[in-house]
Design a protein around this ligand. Sequence first.
Ligand code: HEC
Length: 405
Amino acid sequence: MDRATTGGRGLRKWVPVEFVLGLGLVLVATILANAIPAKHAVIEDWPYPFRFSIDATWGGVGMMIGTGIGGLLLLLAVGAIPLGRFKRWKTKWRIAIPAILAACALVAALPPLATQAFPETYRKTPVPFDAISIANGVTLFAANCVLCHGPQAKGNGVLAKTFPIPPVDLLTEPHTAKHTAGDFFHWLTHGIPGTGMPAFSDKLSEEDRWDIVNFLHATSRGYQARLINPYVAPGQPYMAPQNFSYSAHDGTSGTLKDFRRAKAVLLVLFSWPESQSRLDQLRSAYATLRDNNTIVLASPLKDPAPQELATITTAMPFPLVVQGAQEIAHSYALFRRTLSNPDLAGEGTSPKHMEFLIDRYGYLRARWIPSVDGPGWTDIAELTRQIELLNREKEIRPPPDDHVH
Ligand code: HEC
């Protein structure tokens, strides 16, 4: 037999092996593709008890070591291919060594990237992330959860210490980033067996449970928002505040979203009579703000009595919310935290006056709380400078999503 035919036979012998290897790769790729659904894919019931997620496992020691080793093994696998050719390894080793290394890479990297999943994990919420939903969530949380989870969802309710594992800190820990909205829906619906976390499917409607999911997201965002201050950080829109609907004293009505791609919004949450001088100041500064493409929306933290309302709205040049104010107050109170006053103790406080500057793409960009930040925006020129910064920006990212994920 000459060398050519031996070589031919030798190669032919390996064809089934290569075929099986190829099939294996296709299988792995299929599992991977299925276990990480596209962001907007509609999935009713997720079939696996796990999913792969870099976000959810990021930062864990196991994940870092596993993916590190996995990456290294994968590099070695790729490197072994030219090395085998160069060193004239036998054909079986040329195939087997990279294949074994690649398989080890998957074995090392995949399990640490897996996180628990439920049939509801990729369920889409039908309830938009808005003030009505979140305000309802605030009420439901106060009525059903505080005994265990604490008044501010910090996991420090009076019963917290009675459980083998105390409830997690849902305020300052990034749980809403690590779990999908559907995961929260699952826990609220079925509880967590063996932990003391009860099921609420009998007690709360599906919509109520989604309202709580929205509330948990708003709570977590409110904690992130403590980094926001009276000064705009140019080019950094990241905080998506909830939409809201309102009717105003002047007969106008609409939603926060109506101003998108048109105007910046200065949302003024006020108390009466404490905020009187500030409202007077805004009244006289209104023309300047309006000329700077900004609308002022004033919304009372507590509904004023009718005769008070008459006084407040006298010669008021901008809309004052008369319907929807309570939902705005309750849901935007979650955005009261600042770096110097994260307000984590007990039930927390509620400032008497807060102003939010929302850019014309729908992102919360600056906030002034007089009781914490001092004089700040009482200097109208300073406020105008912040607005000018926003007006100079182009669209940096698309307007925020109306639903949590
Ligand atoms: C009787 C006490 C109790 C009540 C009432 C309760 N929980 Fe829990 N909850 C727990 C315990 C205990 C855990 C388990 C902590 C663990 O195992 O991580 C938990 C876990 C959770 C988790 C999982 C968090 C995570 O990231 O792992 C969520 C979300 C949650 N609770 C939300 C709620 C909400 C919302 C309510 C009110 C509708 C509520 N719980 C009512 C005790 C309670």
